[in-house]
Design a protein around this ligand. Structure first.
Ligand code: TMP
Length: 207
């Protein structure tokens, strides 16, 4: 039995990650691939409980270090209970956000160093990295439009515009630093075109 592929989608709020996860899962399943579609923070019972701690309450509920530890703890549980077992039985795991979100949000925006975040990930999740990470990018205007359409935001999404801009820049910086793992996908176009671009990139791995 060959190990499954671990694919993650990253980007700011409102770039269409969850829509793409659904479309990709359907396309892969149609090709006979077992798919586990999941998201962070969350994806396992323990991680979903931590998600509630992270997403609810006031903006200053957690200081930056506690917040980074909670994300890492949620990820450790998710990896141990759901992601690794799925990959080992040959399933493809599609995950909406992973460690790179911690590197962008807690790192770029929250001031924790990348080395510290990778150290937490090394301990918590034994350093598991995706086989491929797609960074979905949209223009600032399009992201704002989609967020308004979606209505409201939560504790994590409730951050000023300059924070969102720093975040977008940090994602691009990470993608450019590790081109073998990352692909940058223009998500300003129709959702079906985004799905097609991602599937084309994954074609070499498909059965
Ligand atoms: P989402 O479910 O809308 O993607 O929201 C998750 C929020 O949590 C989003 O604002 C990004 C943030 N986040 C982090 O700050 N660090 C992380 O490691 C992850 C996975 C998410």
């Amino acid at each position: 039995m060959t190990r499954g592929r671990f694919i993650t989608l990253e980007g700011g709020e409102g770039v269409g990650k969850s829509t793409q996860i659904r479309a990709l899962a359907a396309a892969l399943e149609a090709r006979g691939v077992e798919v586990v579609a999941t998201r962070e923070p969350g994806g396992s019972a323990g991680a979903e409980a931590i998600r509630t701690l992270l997403m609810e309450g006031s903006d200053d509920r957690w200081d930056a270090r506690s917040e980074a530890l909670l994300f890492a703890a949620a990820r450790a549980d998710h990896v141990a209970r759901l992601i690794r077992p799925a990959l080992e039985r040959g399933a493809w795991v599609l995950c909406d956000r992973f460690v790179d979100s911690s590197r962008a949000y807690q790192g770029g925006g929250g001031g924790i160093t990348d080395a510290d975040l990778l150290m937490l990930h090394g301990f918590g999740s034994e350093g598991l990295l995706p086989d491929r990470t797609f960074l979905l990018t949209v223009s600032a205007a399009e992201a704002a439009r989609r967020l308004t359409e979606r209505g409201g935001s939560d504790r994590m999404g409730n951050k000023p515009a300059d924070y969102q801009a720093r975040l977008a820049a940090r994602f691009v910086e990470m993608a450019e630093a590790e081109p073998a793992r990352w692909r940058i996908v223009d998500a300003d176009v129709a959702a079906s075109d985004v799905t097609a671009a991602i599937l084309a990139d994954l074609a070499e791995w498909l059965p």
